[in-house]
Design a protein. Sequence first.
Length: 266
Amino acid sequence: MAEKEAVFAKKFEILKALIKNSRSTVVLTGAGISTLSGIPDFRSSSGVYATTWKSYQVEEILSISFFKHNPEIFYAWAKEYWYKLDDYKPNTVHTALALLEQKGYLEGLFTQNIDMLHKKAGSRKCYEVHGSAEHHHCTNCNAYYSYHWVAPIVLTGQVPRCTECGSVIKPDIVFYGENLDGFTLSRAYEMFNHAQLCLVLGSSLVVQPAASFPAYTVHRGAPLVIVNAQKTSYDGSATLRFTDLRQFSEALEDYLAALEIRKPLV
């Protein structure tokens, strides 16, 4: 729900100063921002995890051990949730963050989402903490396959198999029981540790280790801004908190459109 304009405007003026004064701003985004594009979230009371699928818990379907033994069940579920991503377009949050980067005010964007929408919006300094549906690999010979090659196969109800060896193809998304990418984690710890401003948009800050990223910024005394409809465990540490993603991102986009491009430090 949008905040009263007077209340929102007062807080947003403070945010403007934080953005202009920060030489190192990092952003963490979660499933909440993708709901504005029509993609169901996972952890709300009406989210994907709140229901079962053909008697299976979704978290069970998304475990690596389950995938290895039941790829046909995973792809039958994923057909509806992960292989119609071309139907969704970036929304105002994605475009505002892409503009923040283009104007020179963003050092790094870390997302818990696998939907590719940040990159579609134009973000380049984007780190996908939980992987991405954009890339797939053979579970045996490691041959590479793109989303656009795999998706039509899944949508016909088939399990995608490697053209080289015939083994099952897996999306490069981090399943339960798998480790996150070490390079992405090291970049996150580095950037959040020296960030002068941290923005968290659309994340419940529950899923680890991404939920701990803002702590590295807060512990150094740098400001934290949270934009999320539901409360988070970091709200007490936030310098600013907004509740409506659309209201926030539309105001941010308008502000950035008129803001001068920042020249890099020599």
